[in-house]
Design a protein around this ligand. Sequence first.
Ligand code: ADP
Ligand code: TRP
Length: 320
Amino acid sequence: MRVLSGIQPSGKLHLGNYFGMMKQCVELQEKADAYIFIANYHALTTVSEPEKLRQDTTDVALDFLSCGLDPEKAVFFRQSDVPAVQELTWLLSTVCPVGLLERAHSYKDKIAHGKEATHALFAYPVLMAADILIFQSDIVPVGKDQKQHLEIARDLAIKFNNKFGETFKVPEPQILEEVALVPGIDGQKMSKSYNNTIELSASPKATRKAIMSIVTDSTPLEDPKDPDTCTVYHLYKLMASPEQVQEMADKLRAGGYGYGDAKKALLNAFNDKFSDFREKRAKLAAEPERLEEILQSGAKRAQAEARKTLKMARKAIGVE
Ligand code: ADP
Ligand code: TRP
């Protein structure tokens, strides 16, 4: 079974990305043939500072490898290192109705938020379909927000297969609905775009600052508190052992336990959970050549697979 997923290098990765996507990818590498990539061409639809894009790309690579992605098991690469994906994007665009793209929520949202309606932003789902179809992926684990993009990828596979003969496997989405949305420090969905993240790679000091500034209600210290409405508790649940979680819930309900205490417990849980990560990351960050070697070797493996499908598609459509 082949599993594929990608993440855009458009800012520092955070706990929402980790629990919502990265952790699943790391688990899947044990059971499946996993292809994980850094979607830097997709990021170009919103990032226009070259230095930032380079830095964010390196950061995503460091974060993924440090949280357990094993480049011997998973094929880990940069999207831009597999040019066959671009060629397939064009071939797929010949069977893609404009109406399908006009209905894409993500495109409409971005325009509504004042983003320029560029061709790249419009064609984003076609590039994503090429990412998926070129590796003949069976399963694509993504968050709910990507569901429609996956449907477009399935549609394009079916349309192409019907018109030019069986070429692509029609992928199944694996929508990660069981993964509760990780809340940010303001209680909304944690997201780079909301400036409410707890970054995986922040310094211990910055992590402390972020955790201490989690918004809580104004229940006085001595009063009982409801864990279910407490962001600190929701984050703690992701990181602490079941006994520790139960203990915090009991203490909050009993009263006499403040949000400050809960935040300290969360900080400790974060530091425990991510201490290996920090160590690995610092080590790998000091070896940029090794990082580049890992990405290049992933790219070679990805290119070889991608070329096979591209050849089939080129033959099917009549350019070969
Ligand atoms: P952001 O909202 O920070 O820009 P992305 O949209 O780039 O994050 O998401 C990358 C991956 O991380 C997606 O698979 C997405 O579903 C997941 N993800 C992002 N934020 C969260 C969150 N708060 N909770 C759960 N999953 C998330
Ligand atoms: N659009 C996805 C996101 O923003 C990233 C992505 C690009 C992707 N290509 C993909 C995810 C292919 C899964 C499969 O999260």
